[in-house]
Structure formats: structure tokens, C-alpha cells
Design a protein around this ligand. Sequence first.
Ligand SMILES: *[C@@H]1O[C@H](CO)[C@@H](O)[C@H](O)[C@H]1NC(C)=O
Length: 534
Amino acid sequence: MSSGRYRALDAISAASAPSPSPLARVHSLISSPSPLSTLRSLVAGGSSRRTLALVVGAVGGLLVVFAVVHRGQAHGLVAGLSSGRGRYGAARAYGDMLARNLRNQEPQTALSEQMRDGVDFLTGMLQSNQLLALINLLFLGKELGRTVIVPPLTAIHFGGQHRPFHLVYDLPRFHLLTGVQAIPMSLFKTPGDPDNVEERVTCWSLMEKYTGAVNAHAIETGLEEHGLYTDFWAVPAFRRSSEGAVLEVGPIIDFLRNRTAQLDWVETTRRELLPQKPLPKGVDAASVDPENNLKPFFDPLHGVPPTEDEQLMCVDATFYIGDSVPPPPYPQHVPLDPWRVGRAWKEVGQHLHWLPEVQEYADEYLQGMFGVKRTKDIPPFISVHVRRGDFKDFHGNTFTPLSSYVAAVEDVRSRLQDRLDHPPSPAEREGRPPLERFAVPPSEYAVVATTDEQPGSDLFAELDKLGWHVVDHGEMRTAERLGEWYPSMLDGEILSRGQGFVGTQWSTFSMLSGNRVEYWRGGIQVVANPRSGV
Ligand SMILES: *[C@@H]1O[C@H](CO)[C@@H](O)[C@H](O)[C@H]1NC(C)=O
């Protein structure tokens, strides 16, 4: 039934790749009994490098599957892994973590059969702005000391296909950097398995508190593919911060940590029959029967409260909490407001790196773009994210003009020069690396742009006229060769390589790319003025 999306994804991959499709292999790998046991035996005894790479792939990202399928050999990947600092250690630590958290070496048909006794878990639903929601979910896991069961990512922009988290991000590396225990849902239950037991989980509804309605998107968010069905429970009136843009994360953590407070609150919701629909103007509250005025999807009288399950906690939406949401518009040349890079970004978000294979493809694309043979010969550049797509409909019926990006690039050049001339002290850098110095000054750095505009549109010619390099996935046939997920993964990786970054207002993709430039390279980020090119 729900495996349709996976089949669709298989079909897309199979359309270009040699058969069998990567996803089919991934599925057999995920559902095969081997990854954990192989890893354990590896940890216990010696193994060849190639086996090691296979194990790293099986557990950490199924890299070899892709390498084999896409390149015909895994050799480059093995080399890549061994040159990557701490990769082997990361895989081992991640495998140990899995063994501590999971009861069995293969996915089960019910979560309860796979969650190890004595370990507390947290899961949630990712819907819009999934990566920001995910960063917050992982941050909650860290704060609550719970292992995060990570739902699959959904391709909102190309047909809603799901992709397990570990096929996008480097989970072993993330675990090593943060200590956060994050495990893809597909290691608990195999998506689309007809034998999956249908399970219900009651989620604390942060979304109801923020938007007034629950996150009734379990299908889109991939939970139902795993046989997980959601019910919802009201949360207390958490206060807002950041000009009302978010529910403040601190009190939410306090509540989710405090069982007494939760039990008290459940009593309150039952007594007062919460959450109630707002009363229409002029209607007397005394004339309304609260039982008939409950919000849809809530049943505090007969429902199972989240407190019933002490081992698994669920929150229905994490996009709206803490400090990781897009800010109100800011004028050009104002650094992105610090509340966008709050604790969730600093402690968790910045440590999500793409799979090594994505980084390797980015190397190839950049080498091709600059006509160089070695990665270290790729010249320094400023990256620019020109977000178009549906933005015209949302934001004043106009795109950010190109002249604004041009002005912002010039601004980034002078800020970069200034930073090289006056390097911040380690204390001022707060963990960010120092900006690298090159043979050419920032005024001569190249510019590399990515855009979601359709291949062949005028924009490509206009960017070309500026002398900018443009990542052209149409010309590179990225989606056909590597799969539908690759254009945006590669764009994200390539943008993050900039010494400086120019983003598009309101784009969370821009925000994350800019943060990466800042936190991975010590670079400068600026948002192009959406109104006019001053
Ligand atoms: C937990 O909540 C209860 C009830 O609201 C409160 O009295 C108590 O102080 C809280 N405990 C902690 C550790 O915050």
C-alpha cells in the first residue's frame, strides 16, 4: 500500500542507473540481517579495508551501494573514507551506539520490539522546512537525553518521495561530533513492509499551540509507511519569543523533562476538555458544551495521553520552536540575526554534514567548473543562492532583483578583506574556524551561483553575463544520473564551500547555507536586498 512512494523512487533511480536500482539494494541492505552483526564482528576482529568500507556504508550511509552503482567501483570511496578524519572511529562509535539502543540486528515489525529496555526515545513529524524541524528535534533529543528515532525526509518539491535520513546526512560523523543518538526510523521498522504492526503513538501537539491545528500529515511525513499512526494531545500555553515567531524552547524542554508537570497537565486537559475551539464572536461560553467544542483530532476524555508511554515520546512539529525559523525580513547588509543561530544550530545543526559521496560529487562539479584536476586547485569563491521558484507568489509579487545579488557580492568581498586584515580572536570566533587566506584577494574571488530556476531559463544567461559560474543541473543531467535528491544536496554542499555567501531573503535553504559558510569556513554571509538593487 504505502510502499508506492519507494517504488516510485526506485523507478527514478532505475531510469538512469544500471540495474538493480540503488534503492532496491538499499532496501535489501536495510532489511537484510547483516549491518549490525557485520559491524559487531568487525569491531570484534580485524577486517580488510574494503569490508570496512562496506560496513561503514551499511551502517553509516550505504555509501558503497551508491559508489558501486554510480561509479562502477568502490575504490575511490574507500580512499575517500580513509582520508576522512576519524571516519573509521565514527563508524565504530555509531555501531556501538546502535547496539546499545536496538534490541535486534534487523528492523522489526513493531517499534516496541526494537527499542531496548532502559533507553528513552523521542520521535516527531517533519513537514515543512524539514531540516530546521529536524535540527530542533535532534536538539530536543540531546536536551532530554532521549535517542531520536528520525523519520524519513520528504521530497516536497518533487512528488513527496521519502528518503531515509542516513541517505542524506553522515550520521556516524554527526554522532561523533555531538554525542546525539539519532537512528533512522527504517532501522526500527522496514518502510512499506506489509507485516508491519500498526501502532498508534500520541504526540504532544506543539503545532496546535502555534498554528491552532495539529500536524495531520502522517502520510506525507512518512510515519504511516512505517505503520505508525498518530494521535495528538494539547500542550500547556508555552510562551513565544523572537517577536512571536517561535515557541520558546526552554520552557518546552522543562515540560518534556518533567513527568510530574506532564501528569498534572493531563489532568487539567481532562478536566477542562482541552484544546477547545475558539468561540465565535458574541457566543456565550456558558451556552457551549465543551465536549462538543473540542478541536478535531483531540480526545482528552477517551484518548491515550502521551504520559502512558514512558519510553517513547512524540512531538508533532518542531519547526515552530526555539530559534530556528526564518526571521522577519531584514534590510540588506545586515548580518543574519543571531537568534537564527541559537543553541540548536550551534550544538546540533552545524554538525550535520552530507554523505561523503555528496562531497565527492561536489568536488567533481567544482573541478569541472574551474577546469582543474585536483580538489585543492579549486579557487576560492563566493557562493550565491538565487531562490526563485514559488517565491514570487509569496513575497510581494517580485523576485529579488539580480542587481541586489551583485551589490551583496561586492559587500561580501569587502567584508572578507576586512576579516583577513583584522582576524577575530579565538574567543570572538566562538568555535568558528579562522577564515582562510589565498594567493588572490577577496576582490578577485570567483562567484558560484546555484538556483532552483528551470534549466534553460534566461536567468542562466544573465548570471553567465555577470561572469559568474552557475551550477547547471540540466546540463550536468544531475537528476537523471544521480537521482532526484541530488540537485539540492549538491547545491547545498557547493554553496557551503564559499568563503562568503549571498542568500535570498526568506529562504531557509539560504539561511542554512549561509550558516554553514560561517560555521564551517569562518566566512561571511549576507542576504540580498529583496526590494531593489541599491
Ligand atoms: C516539575 O513540575 C512540577 C509541577 O508543575 C513542579 O512543581 C516542579 O518544580 C517541577 N520540577 C522541576 C525539576 O522543574
